[in-house]
Design a binder for this molecule. Structure first.
Ligand code: FPP
Length: 247
């Protein structure tokens, strides 16, 4: 039986409920194909699963939920799919704003913003600002995000610090790298769920998932249910985390 955790972002210690849950929401396109619908309909159908996961995360006391919404590689998709996805992100931000505020959810986006449509960027900045004092759940959305690109950015930044004489190479530590990542200040994910059947990480949070527990399902994202989320959480509860050491 899943143990209820009553604390939130500010109280991070729990062995039974992940404090930070990360999700690769995959299978929208295949769900749409199976249902004879355009791919866009799959993404739209995926929104209700996002809502369910947010609601359940709050209910069980998950503090941080990180969702992989669009990768730096997703630009290779047909132009029409990309523009409908960008439109969908903007629509969701506008539509869900009140509910996010009411439910004390803080939204943060991580990824390259400059390549996104201006109207979307403005909506993102706006909702980040409006929800910045909320603390029941941090909803971290990876949008135009890539793990390798994130690391490249950190390497460039720290090299520049060395060239400028601000730090010595020996001062590059894991803590310093952590501080310069887009997840700076956040604990690493405890559990990573991937739907859609692929058994890979697809450039998501490469540094941060070093000791994250992984959980995969063949279910396409729009069909991912509350029951399956709870199965992932109860499986996680049984995992023995050693972080390279001995229990
Ligand atoms: C991957 O499925 C999914 C995406 C690239 C987009 C995910 C977006 C949403 C669920 C919309 C709501 C999101 C947020 C964060 C508000 P895919 O298209 O790669 O599926 P396939 O592998 O079956 O082709």
């Amino acid at each position: 039986m899943l143990k209820h955790r009553k604390d939130n972002i500010n109280n991070k210690i729990s062995k039974v409920i992940p404090n930070h849950l990360a999700i690769i929401m995959d299978g929208n396109g295949r769900w749409a194909e199976e249902n004879n619908l355009p791919r866009y309909a799959g993404h739209k159908a995926g929104v209700k699963t996002v809502r369910m996961v947010i609601t359940e995360s709050i209910r069980v006391g998950i503090g941080i939920l990180t969702l992989y919404a669009f990768s730096t590689e997703n630009w290779k998709r047909p132009k029409q799919e990309i523009s409908s996805l960008m439109g969908l992100f903007e629509e969701i931000i506008e539509k869900e704003k009140e509910e996010l505020l009411e439910n004390k959810i803080r939204i943060r986006f991580m990824g390259h913003r400059e390549e996104l449509p201006l109207s979307l960027r403005l909506a993102m900045e706006n909702i980040e600002e409006e929800t910045k004092l909320n603390n029941l759940l941090l909803l971290n959305i990876a949008l135009n995000y890539g793990g390798r690109s994130e690391l490249c950015h950190v390497f460039r930044l720290l090299s520049e610090e060395i060239v400028q004489g601000h730090i010595e190479p020996s001062q590059i530590t894991q803590e310093l790298i952590n501080k310069n990542l887009l997840t700076s200040g956040l604990p690493d994910p405890d559990l990573l769920i991937r739907t859609g059947g692929e058994l890979r990480i697809s450039n998501f949070l490469l540094w941060q998932i070093a000791y994250t527990e992984l959980w995969f399902t063949k279910t396409f994202w729009p069909d991912f249910s509350k029951k399956q989320l709870w199965k992932a959480l109860t499986d996680y509860e049984k995992r023995v985390r050693k972080f390279g050491g001995k229990v």
